[in-house]
Design a protein around this ligand. Structure first.
Ligand code: FAD
Length: 640
């Protein structure tokens, strides 16, 4: 067996984005020894790319905002498929998490009277996003990192060792959650015992033994060709959970952000923040028409301005006017742009126009949207203070993820496993509202850290890893170097396979889905899986990107199969899942979560009942609105 470095902690957190760091801080503050593992350099997680802001009902800009309004907006955005308890906890706790960030040193933009400024975003009734220009994620991560360092300094004072209580293993990839026998829980007698992985630079293998494992690995966008996501989003945590015996839910719901760059080709997919629309940007087709007024769906009728004049007045008088439909939830705007381009009213490069220059002064644009200004100037030679941007949908976020208990973030069936952030499912239902991810990371990162710490503290005795399982993890990791695997077919290259996977998901399981195409996608995924068994890479384990990708492909293939299978089963259109053959939202399907588990040679999807909201939460909606989402039978049970 190759040499394996061994470490032992109470809690191991996989991921150092917002969710991972918040979980690690919480677990360490509960007195646990914590290890954090991340694929890239510490401070370079995906969260850094977040632009627009953190949604929290602090009522700084509009005093009518409350957690109840935030809860209602989140449920509407998710088309009532959300785990309502998660949405409730999120709306209630988000303000505290933002204020806490400020006490840890975050420097938010301010209102004129000195409070944390909040901006408008799609689907949020009031200005709600606390922000730092359009670089909010950077400030969030900087602050959490600073908090980690201050805890490490405390540890140094106490024990003489900075890394005694909280250690970061950077540029390390986890490939397996390890398990051990247990008498707890209903699973096949197994609980978590730690993680196995490799150091990306040296290629050395490691085991971090710990009774509690928190997955905070982010999303899956790199399975799609056009995406705003970075190289790290290969669905690792989703796959790690499946392989450890946990299940994923709602994987058919993938968010295509309406505004990604469409030109030049080398930057296609890079995000154009929703703040551009929040700060007044309007969408027009090639005929110059503000087409979003033609796309207000039935469920949102009455809530949005119906004329350009009213939409324009809303910016200065939000009390007396309704917001413009450019600020509908993302799924609606993405579908509308897709339809305009398909109808031949797109821009020369296959997008639509987004223009903020007619509403804000050049100075204001550079001040409020500095990253966007530089992004377009440097990458596309477009001056957004004078010209419109060309934009189109890009794969951005996955609503589906690890099925967790809403109060503890624990994955049912696998004692010791927790998940938070984008890798966890439930919170956003069928469609996430902008800004609700950063708040989700902080709220549920904190929950996951606290409950993982509690679990670790209550775990009795040493929990040795299963050596046979470890041997298997090791064999799997070195398999791509073994060219004797290539029997009965040519050796396969990871880059070719990745490209084919991305093209398949983009073309056949993308923004608009059809039954025949998804069946074809599943056949292609099966072929790709077989070919992945013949992947061979050259060289050795020291920094070898081909090898890294070969290992990531296992995860992307597993997760893509979950997306395609669940999408084929769900015969309706809702949020981030649009079926051309079932274009209408169906109330019966609201009661269903599709849940994926790994069966050994594939993915099984079963239906599970989505719970009914508590009476006082239902009372936040009118009966008329509830009737749009609930079945007549459910509605009969509602007391109002
Ligand atoms: P991440 O921040 O992605 O962190 C994942 C961590 O897991 C990383 O450290 C990674 O290295 C590690 N990791 C992954 N796999 C492994 C493995 N196998 N082994 C070890 N480590 C691993 N949301 C908002 O609410 N507001 C916004 O304004 C906003 N803007 C956005 C702008 C862009 C361009 C993008 C792409 C997203 C934006 N989002 C926004 C969404 C939001 O940024 C993400 O959903 C969120 O940051 C995810 O955080 P996370 O902690 O779950 O994961």
């Amino acid at each position: 067996m190759a040499e394996i470095e061994r470490h032992s902690y109470d809690v191991v957190v996989v991921g150092a984005g917002g969710a991972g760091l918040r979980a690690a801080i919480e677990a360490r503050e509960q007195g646990m020894r914590v290890a954090v593992v991340c694929k890239s350099l510490f401070g370079k997680a995906h969260t850094v790319m977040a632009e627009g802001g953190i949604a929290a009902a602090m009522a700084n800009v509009n005093s009518n905002d409350t957690w109840q309004v935030h809860f209602r907006d989140t449920m509407r955005g998710g088309k009532f498929l959300n785990n309502w308890r998660m949405a409730e906890l999120h709306a209630k706790e988000a303000p505290d998490r933002v204020w806490e960030l400020e006490t840890w040193g975050a420097l938010f933009d301010r209102t004129k009277d000195g409070r944390i400024s909040q901006r408008n975003f799609g689907g949020h009734q009031y200005p709600r996003l606390a922000h730092v220009g359009d670089r909010t994620g950077l400030e969030l991560i900087r602050t959490l990192q600073q908090k980690v360092v201050s805890l490490q300094q405390e540890d140094r004072r106490r024990s003489g060792d900075f890394e005694d209580g909280l250690k970061i293993f950077q540029e390390c990839t986890v490939t397996r959650v390890l398990t051990a026998r247990t008498t707890e829980g209903p699973a096949d007698g197994r609980c978590t015992a730690g993680v196995f992985g490799y150091d990306r630079e040296s290629g050395r293998f490691f085991v971090i033994q710990a009774p509690a494992v928190v997955l905070a690995t982010g999303g899956i966008g790199k399975s799609f060709k056009v995406t705003s996501n970075s190289w790290e989003y290969t669905g690792d945590g989703h796959a790690l959970a499946l392989l450890a015996g946990a299940s994923l839910q709602d994987m058919e719901f993938v968010q295509f952000h309406p505004t990604g760059m469409v030109w030049p080709p080398s930057v296609k997919g890079i995000l154009v923040t929703e703040s551009v629309r929040g700060d007044g940007g309007v969408l027009r087709n090639s005929d110059g028409r503000r087409f979003m007024f033609d796309y207000i769906p039935e469920v949102f009728k009455g809530q949005y301005a119906e004329t350009e004049e009213e939409g324009d007045r809303w910016y200065t008088d939000p009390e007396e006017n309704r917001r413009p439909p450019e600020l509908l939830p993302r799924d609606e705007v993405a579908r509308a742009i897709n339809a305009e381009v398909k109808a031949g009213r797109g821009t020369p490069h296959g997008g639509v126009y987004l223009d903020v220059s007619t509403r804000l002064s050049a100075e204001e644009i550079v001040r409020r949207l500095p990253s966007m200004y530089h992004q377009f100037k440097e990458l596309a030679d477009v001056d957004i203070t004078r010209e419109a941007m060309e934009v189109g949908p890009t794969c951005h976020y996955v609503m589906g993820g690890v099925r967790v208990d809403p109060d503890t973030s624990a994955a049912p069936g696998v004692p010791g496993l927790f998940a938070a952030g984008e890798v966890a499912g439930g919170m956003h239902g069928s469609n996430r509202l902008g800004g609700n991810s950063l708040s989700d990371l902080l709220v549920f990162g904190c929950h996951a850290g606290r409950h993982a710490a509690r679990y670790a503290a209550e775990s009795s005795g040493d929990r040795p890893v299963d050596e046979a399982e470890l041997e298997l993890a090791l064999r799997e990791a070195v398999a791509p170097f073994d060219d004797t695997r290539v029997r009965g077919g040519p050796a396969e290259n990871p880059y070719t396979l990745h490209q084919e996977l991305q093209q398949t998901m983009n073309d056949l399981v993308g923004i608009i889905r059809r039954q025949a195409e998804m069946r074809e996608a599943l056949e292609r995924l099966q072929e790709l899986k077989e070919r992945a068994g013949r992947l061979v890479v050259e060289g050795h384990r020291q920094f070898n990107p081909g090898w890294h990708l070969a290992l990531d492909l296992r995860n992307m293939l597993l997760v893509s199969e979950c997306v395609a299978r669940a999408a084929l089963l769900r015969q309706e259109s809702r949020g981030g899942h649009t079926r051309e053959d079932y274009p209408v939202m169906d109330r019966e399907w609201r009661r269903v979560n599709l849940v994926c588990t790994a069966t050994g040679d594939g993915i099984e999807v079963v239906r599970q009942q989505n719970g009914t909201m508590r009476a006082e939460l239902l009372a936040l909606f009118t009966r008329e609105e509830l009737a749009k989402y609930l079945t007549p039978e459910e509605l009969n049970g509602v007391q109002q």
